[in-house]
Design a protein around this ligand. Structure first.
Ligand code: ADP
Ligand code: MG
Length: 304
């Protein structure tokens, strides 16, 4: 089990930018710490952790955090049918992800930690601080070397981070994952959509970034909005046999309008605000024309 420079380099091969964050995460794991990545949706938290698990070649157990993750689901439970015939014997117990990770000395990777119910979080607190899991009728299962919790969560979630108690934070090291630069987000959008990392991709990413500090928008779009806009634009240009500005606007409306949350009482719809942002970035030109303004098909968009 190695968390060292080789792992940092391997993860960096798959992740755009983020070298500093990757170094800190690897250092924290090398120091045998539990770690929490906190940042808005689409900032590459899952991508980073997935590549980390693959590159470090450590056993790795994945759990999706949600309201249905009860303590019994996380720790495991006795098979009710077999309890009737065999009683509460250890081989009737079906390990949950936490018990599996504790036994194997694996990384337990919990997505959306802030959605995990309180009583389930308490189980994680015990696993982190006592290095054991206690299951009624089964007993205590000590954690093998290597067991660590790596979790990701989104501070803007409707199920807020206020729920995460100081007891959880106090047992974990935290790495903030904020939005990346325009250049990095353009590379991410290009990589994921297959569009060239040129002017058109840059402008779509600029639109996405503009949604994040628009006064009428409460929650802006993640880079996923840019990826989807670019993917739709390519197909829509083929269907319409034109990569016109209207085609780009329609793609952006489909890719972005559902992702933003407009402040209550603004009186404007998401479509109106996205259209305004589009016009401010692409220019208020005749929508039948090419949005790149160069008289050619925009980079990354296939015209018919
Ligand atoms: N730095 C990055 N390098 C490579 N891909 C990224 C990066 N940031 C985001 N992505 C891509 O953007 C999308 C969302 O990333 P994801 O890791 O799922 O975000 P999160 O878990 O923070 O919500 C994925 O398609 C992912 O591949
Ligand atoms: Mg994620």
């Amino acid at each position: 089990m190695t968390f060292d420079l080789t792992v940092v380099d391997a993860v960096c091969e798959h992740v755009v930018g983020r070298r500093a964050e990757i170094e800190v995460v690897v250092a924290a794991l090398a120091a045998d710490r539990h770690i929490l990545l906190e940042g808005p949706p689409g900032t590459g938290k899952s991508t980073l952790l997935r590549h980390l698990a693959a590159s470090a070649e450590v056993p790795f157990v994945f759990v999706e955090g949600n309201a249905e993750l009860t303590p019994a689901r996380l720790a495991g439970q006795f098979d009710p049918a077999r309890v009737l015939s065999d009683g509460y014997s250890p081989d009737v117990f079906v390990d949950g992800p936490l018990t599996e990770a504790v036994r194997d000395g694996a990384l337990l990777y919990v997505e959306e930690l802030n959605r995990v119910p309180e009583e389930t979080l308490n189980l994680l607190i015990t696993a982190m601080s006592e290095r054991e899991v206690n299951v009624p009728r089964l007993g205590r299962i000590p954690a093998a070397d290597g067991f660590r919790l790596v979790a990701a969560m989104n501070p803007f979630d409707a199920v807020g981070t206020a729920r995460i108690s100081a007891a959880v934070y106090d047992r974990m090291c935290r790495v903030a994952m904020s939005y990346q630069t325009l250049q990095e987000e353009t590379l991410v959008a290009s990589k994921e959509s297959g569009a060239a990392a040129g002017e058109l991709t840059g402008r779509i990413v600029e639109m996405v970034r503009a949604t994040r500090d628009h006064p009428e928008i409460r929650i802006g779009s993640s880079v996923r909005g840019a990826i989807d806009t670019l993917l739709i634009a390519e197909q829509l240009s083929a269907i319409r046999e034109s990569g016109s500005a209207q085609t780009m606007l329609d793609s952006a409306l489909a890719g972005l309008s559902g992702r933003i949350r407009v402040h209550e009482g603004t009186g404007r719809t998401a479509e109106e605000i996205i259209t305004e942002i589009f016009l401010s970035i692409f220019g208020d030109q005749d929508r039948g024309e090419d949005p790149s303004g160069k008289g050619s098909t925009p980079a990354g968009v296939t015209a018919g």
